[in-house]
Design a protein around this ligand. Structure first.
Ligand code: CA
Ligand code: CA
Length: 444
């Protein structure tokens, strides 16, 4: 049973990618001196320039003669046809006589008064009055049920002018996009961070994590390589939308993007997105490009220009930028900050999305991270971190007022606290595995 279902599925998939003829005309049916399947509303060639020909036809009993003796093209169009956005069509026909001919497409697109640009479909010059076959391609920009394909003619020469017969319009086969996870697109060892899939048309899936004016970020799970920027107007898309997107992988100013988007489908909405906890130093590294990240207990160390601030959790500085949401950080204060990690203008920056992405740490209770045991507790001049005796782990020690009191790196799992005043402290520990915290009382 399963086998049969798979066969049917694969048959459907292969059908959807095969070329399909959508229109044929041999100019055999005429009414009121016009071919019945031509002379749509976008025609501006006068009716006097459209003549039924019954001698030296290519097929059947008649063909059409198109007369436009001067320069300055005029359109002879099909009746309305349905076209699909981003689908390429081949317009194939036979022609004889003398003059210039090219193809075009009206699909009601928002630009060019609804017409596809003629460039790069240049005029083909016809001479010698022998039948020749011409095939030219046009790509629809939008889904349209009122599209008209165009034969554009000029500089036709008597007595034959241009005679056209046996037109076939075919929706060309589409190479199906390559399925790839965001991590498969992003993970790279290239020094410049370029995707190994540059130039590939992919289909991928993720949850929208942030919106920009002309694009958005897509997140697939958590961890390195799990975010990507999509260069496409978000429209009605919202944060939390789970989407399937097909488009081409490109590198733009050092950032990996999905561009030339073919298709976007929203599967579900309102999905929660968990941030990937990173150190501020990791915020300057390729694996976290476009990932929805969170830094914890980061000191604001400087205010720059253009809404930028520098924050540092002790591991190294990273920028926070107001590209999406402007927050007035205070130099010297400690923050937990979530946002997408953007690479632009040769800089890495965390972009918070709204107020909830910035937490001012005013008490140690707000620090993120699972608690970890330390001993002895109370401590006198040293504490030892349980289960981390052999590791070197970056730490920061915060007083009850939330202010950073000390920072350093553990040696054999030991932290010195002999110089601390008696009292309660929170120790924040971070390594590649994440962020943990411990409470310790210093008493003598
Ligand atoms: Ca014919
Ligand atoms: Ca990249």
């Amino acid at each position: 049973m399963k086998h049969i279902t798979l066969l049917v599925l694969s048959a459907m998939l292969s059908l959807s990618t095969q070329a399909q003829v959508i229109f044929t005309s041999g100019f055999e049916d005429w009414a009121a001196n016009l071919p019945t399947d031509w002379y749509g509303s976008k025609s501006n060639l006068p009716q006097s320039g459209v003549v039924q020909v019954s001698t030296n036809v290519h097929g059947g009993a008649s063909a059409v003669q198109l007369i436009k003796a001067s320069t300055g093209h005029q359109r002879f169009t099909t009746q309305v046809l349905s076209v699909t956005a981003n689908q390429e069509y081949e317009i194939r026909f036979w022609v004889r006589g003398e003059g210039q001919i090219r193809v075009g497409l009206y699909d009601g697109r928002p630009t060019g008064s609804g017409y596809a640009p003629y460039n790069p479909t240049a005029f083909v010059s016809i001479t010698g009055n022998t039948w020749q076959e011409v095939a030219l391609n046009m790509t629809a920009a939008v889904d349209a049920g009122n599209a008209e394909f165009i034969l554009s003619v000029q500089s036709t020469v008597a007595p034959e002018h241009l005679v056209v017969d046996d037109v076939t319009i075919t929706a060309l086969a589409v190479n199906p996009p390559t399925p790839a996870t965001i991590a498969e697109i992003q993970e790279t060892t290239a020094p410049d961070g370029a995707s190994p899939m540059v130039g590939t048309t992919v289909v991928t899936q993720g949850v929208v994590s942030a919106l920009l004016g002309n694009g958005f970020y897509l997140q697939d799970g958590t961890g390195p390589w799990t975010g990507i920027y999509v260069f496409a107007t978000p429209g009605a898309i919202a944060i939390g939308d789970e989407m399937t997107i097909s488009g081409t992988v490109v590198e733009f100013n050092g950032q990996t993007q999905i561009s030339s988007v073919l298709n976007m489908v929203t599967l579900t909405s309102g999905n929660a997105i968990a941030p990937t906890l990173i150190t501020t130093a990791n915020g300057n590294t390729e694996p976290y490009e476009s990932v929805f990240v969170k830094v914890v207990a980061a000191n604001c160390t400087a205010q720059g220009s253009f809404g930028q601030y520098t924050v540092n959790d002790g591991s190294g500085p990273v920028l926070v930028d107001d590209v999406i949401y402007a927050y007035s950080f205070s130099v010297g204060q400690v923050y937990n900050i979530s946002g997408v990690l953007q690479y632009a203008f040769s800089e890495w920056r965390i972009l918070p999305r709204f107020g909830a992405d910035v937490e001012l740490v005013t008490s140690v209770g707000e620090l993120t991270g699972e608690p970890i045991a330390v001993y002895p507790n109370p401590a006198v001049d040293q504490v030892r971190i349980a289960g981390a005796e052999g590791d070197r782990i970056a730490y920061e020690i915060f007083g009850l007022n939330g202010r950073l009191t000390d920072s350093g790196t553990t040696l054999n799992g030991l932290i010195d606290c002999g110089h601390l005043n008696e009292g309660a402290y929170t120790i924040v520990l971070r390594n590649n595995a994440g962020v943990r915290h411990a409470r310790v009382l210093v008493a003598r």
